[in-house]
Design a protein around this ligand. Structure first.
Ligand code: AMP
Ligand code: GLY
Length: 420
């Protein structure tokens, strides 16, 4: 089978790595990819916004299966487009992708199907939002509708801050925003919960906790994710059942009532408050860096799982997992998530000798000649699995020291809740 992975982050390198191990994958392509995917797949520089060009590529290279990593093409309808052209593609369609593409779509679904989530109000202009704020407790959460790459969410500790953020959103800081969402602040611990679905059958696909904030102690600005560990320390059978009964099943029913269904990875971002799950947001893809953390724990041939999904035959698969604890630390460019420099050589990567259960997944890197350069805010993901989170983290820090990239930084405290 010939497989094409779309995307260029650590998630896509981890997906390519899993496909590369498969006995059924003869040829692997990645568009556009990074220096990591270049070492195991053939990278091609095609604009992922240009669906027609992707289709041409698929036809020309006789690709059997396309796998979409990031959210933007999903929200823009790449799955509908490729399906219409009889191309097998793994990922949700445009309608189901609204779960991530519009926070307001998801909130309204929650309301209709009684899915536990923070109380909220939706507003189309500042004045009515200001009035609503008068009766709210602090802190309060303000969100722009639509995709904002992990930005577009403000946690406000006073009403002036809240009004300023509403103005910023309506002034277009995160693109055209017709609506703003005001939410109750939920106090609890976050957990990422994943499922894989073929539209009929679905299975849980692991849990993780990521560290979104840039500074140690979960302080500072939000980022795409500075590291993660799996499983989440909150996971237990009782909570899993509540998540499935109160959140996942009603959501899938909601999509069914809209005459659509969910195929692909669905990622529920949850706040767990006293062993009760509340939905914070949905993502219609694997998380990044959760994917890099979880995928190495899968025992099955990943291509078999995905192929069964696109053939609506997931029920034929019995998912099996290693019981390992997996931890990922992200090495970032200095300055991230604000301004940072690109094109800085990362010299020592070739010298690193990884042992079994140790992985380096590239994110913002590119290969020029035989040298590797940085090409993004999040640059490398170092992942280790074993039966001990602390050992994993210590070994990762040792690897980062060996890489000794002067232009990068990372959080030394990833997994502190399960380690310290
Ligand atoms: P989102 O993009 O909706 O996932 O929000 C980004 C981050 O903001 C989340 O991962 C949470 O840490 C935080 N957050 C969002 N909504 C809430 C809420 N209602 N209560 C507490 N924290 C929240
Ligand atoms: N790790 C957060 C995300 O993938 O959105």
């Amino acid at each position: 089978m010939k497989v094409l992975v779309i995307g260029s982050g650590g998630r896509e390198h981890a997906l390519c790595h899993a496909f590369k191990k498969s006995t059924t994958v003869e040829e692997l392509f990645c568009i556009p990819g990074n220096a990591g995917t270049a070492s195991i797949a053939k990278n091609f520089d095609v604009d992922i916004k240009n669906f027609e060009k992707i289709k041409e590529f698929v036809k020309q290279h006789e690709v059997d299966l396309v796998v979409i990593g990031p959210e933007q093409p999903l929200v823009d309808g790449i799955v509908n487009f490729l399906n219409k052209n009889n191309i097998k593609v793994f990922g949700p369609n445009k309608e189901a992708s609204q779960l991530e593409g519009s926070k307001i779509f998801t909130k309204e679904l929650c309301k209709k199907y009684n899915i536990p989530t923070a109380d909220f109000g939706i507003f189309e202009e500042t004045e009515s939002a200001r009035k609503f704020l008068e009766q709210c407790n602090l802190p309060i959460v303000i969100k722009a509708d639509g995709l904002a790459s992990g930005k577009g969410v403000y946690i406000c500790h006073n009403k002036n801050e809240a009004i300023e953020s509403i103005k910023e959103i309506f002034n277009g800081k995160f693109g055209m925003a017709k609506k703003v969402l005001i939410e109750e602040f939920l106090e609890g611990e976050e957990m990422s919960f994943f499922i894989i679905s073929d539209g009929e059958t679905y299975y849980p696909f692991g849990t993780a906790q990521d560290h979104k904030r840039v500074l140690e102690g979960d302080k500072g600005k939000n980022t795409g994710g500075m590291g993660a560990y799996s499983p989440s320390r909150l996971e237990n059978d009782n909570l899993n059942k509540k998540i499935i009964d109160k959140i996942i099943n009603p959501t899938l029913k909601g999509l069914k009532d809209l005459n659509t269904k969910f195929e692909g990875f669905l990622y529920a971002g949850l706040m767990i408050v006293k062993n009760e799950p509340f939905l914070i947001e949905y993502n219609v893809r694997m998380g990044d860096p959760e994917c890099q953390t979880i995928i190495p724990k899968l025992k099955n041939d990943f291509a078999d799982v995905v192929y069964a999904c696109v053939n609506k035959n997931l029920q034929s698969i019995n998912l099996e997992w290693y019981k390992d604890k997996s931890l990922c630390v992200v090495l970032c460019s200095n300055g991230y998530p604000d301004k940072y420099k690109n094109n800085i050589e990362i010299k020592n990567l070739e010298k690193i000798k990884l042992k079994e259960n140790e992985f380096i997944f590239h994110a913002g890197t590119q290969k020029v000649g035989d040298k590797i350069y940085s090409n993004g805010g999040r640059v490398l993901n170092l992942v280790i699995k074993s039966n001990n989170f602390k050992e994993n983290r210590d070994k990762i820090i040792n690897l980062i020291n060996q890489i000794n990239w002067g232009d990068g930084f990372y959080r030394k405290d990833i997994g502190y809740r399960v380690i310290d």
